[in-house]
Design a protein around this ligand. Structure first.
Ligand SMILES: Cc1ncc(COP(=O)(O)O)c(C=O)c1O
Length: 393
């Protein structure tokens, strides 16, 4: 009989708190869930761009009619890889290791497992803020840095650079380049350049977690950050998620692209990625990848998708601007954030504050990280008033 008691094992609050949501839905007409990173519209429906919806519908018919119903290739849908690489990097070079992945999480998983086989220094500096990074890179000795500086939430470049300088040579540096998950404060291109300079000098490998492409500062600006990182020349693992920007939370679509490694290793690394995925989930889903590939392969559809992603981003901007005007006295610098998240209190909410928010129909994490994408534009004034009230007590 197994007698292991797991009651003391740490669990992720983002997961456990969702159990409270059905209660809020029952007790309130219009509750607000600020805890998990989804984007909703004014009807409270999770947003999926129409271009993607249409393509999925067409692709179902196409796949069934085509008769190509067997297993895909081990790396996933090759058209999806081709067209997403062209979309994001402006080129598709099949000689670099690459794979479709089970969401952004899946791409980080592949990166982590491959890195644990190919790097000797098992150290990683994490851009903390998304707890799952710690679980995904559990094979490594993890270094973090303080995001609470001088009593405020945010990114302090000096503190980060000090931590980076302590990292042993040939380590891994995990970077969230845009739409920082924990608090929304991103590095400027100049700050990023300084980080990359140290990484290059010390032989570090970059894992770029790109979960919010297009939703932080717009598609072109976000893409430029990816390019800036690749251009610097460090070995780079680009981990993409299409959950948020394409509304594909349930379908699990992501991709891993590797750049700047010794080209003579590329084939063997590719083989190892395929071995890891085969032993983990065997194959990736075809329908969603083919649907996205079709959109990205067609100039007009791709432009429509980009427009739709931009309107999603503008919803976030509307909420951010309102809060930055109306909560400025309580939380400075909200206007400097981008992406889905902000964090309100360095010390987090007190238990009493989360209870007060809950009693008014707001589900919030204890660390006070708020998903702006989960608040309707028509609810932001109500949200702001409740927050002002609760935080001033
Ligand atoms: C920073 C960050 N990286 C990666 C992911 C993973 O994305 P996915 O849902 O596609 O697995 C998320 C999702 O919330 C995230 O916030």
């Amino acid at each position: 009989v197994i007698k292991t008691d797991l009651s003391k094992s740490k669990i992720d609050e983002v997961v456990s708190i969702q159990q409270l949501w059905p209660q809020l839905l029952k007790d309130h007409d219009n509750p607000i869930n600020t805890t998990i990173g989804v984007m909703i519209d004014e009807n409270g429906v999770v947003i999926r761009p129409q271009t993607i919806k249409t393509s999925i519908a067409e692709t179902i018919d196409n796949i069934q009619a085509s008769g190509s119903l067997g297993y895909p290739t081990f790396r996933g849908n090759t058209d999806f890889l081709k067209y997403s690489a062209e979309w994001i990097f402006g080129e598709h070079d099949v000689s670099w290791p690459q794979s479709q992945a089970i969401g952004g999480t899946g791409s980080l998983y592949l990166a982590s497992k491959l890195l644990s086989r190919v790097v000797e220094a098992k150290h990683i500096l994490i851009d903390s803020g998304w707890d799952n990074h710690k679980a995904l890179f559990s094979d490594f000795i993890q270094h973090e840095y303080n995001r609470i500086c001088d009593g405020a939430v945010g990114y302090d470049h000096e503190i980060y650079m000090q931590e980076l300088a302590k990292l042993p040579k040939d380590s891994i540096v995990l970077i969230q380049a845009f739409g920082y998950n924990g608090d929304g404060f991103d590095r400027s291109p100049q700050e990023l350049e300084e980080v990359l300079g140290v990484c290059l000098k010390n032989g570090h490998c970059i894992v770029l977690d790109a979960a919010y492409l297009g939703l932080a500062s717009g598609f072109s600006a976000d893409k430029e950050k990816i390019q800036q990182i690749i251009d610097k020349g460090c070995p780079t693992f680009i981990c993409l998620s299409f959950s948020k920007n394409m509304g594909l939370y349930q379908e699990r679509l992501g991709a891993l692209f590797i750049r700047n490694i010794d080209s003579s290793y590329a084939d063997t690394w590719q083989a190892q990625i395929e071995k890891i995925s085969r032993a983990t989930y065997s194959f990736v889903p075809k329908l969603v990848a083919e649907s996205v590939g079709r959109v990205l392969s067609d100039n007009n559809k791709r432009l429509s998708l980009e427009d739709e992603i931009e309107s999603m981003r503008l919803r976030l901007v509307t909420n951010r601007e309102y809060l930055s005007e109306n909560l400025a006295g309580i939380i400075p610098n909200i206007h400097k954030t981008s992406g889905l998240f902000i964090r309100l209190k360095p010390e987090g909410f007190s238990k009493k504050q989360t209870e007060q928010l809950f009693s008014q129909g707001i589900l919030a994490l204890s660390n006070s990280r708020i998903n702006l994408g989960g608040i309707k534009n028509s609810d932001i004034a109500r949200f702001s008033n409740i927050m002002k009230d609760v935080l001033s007590k």
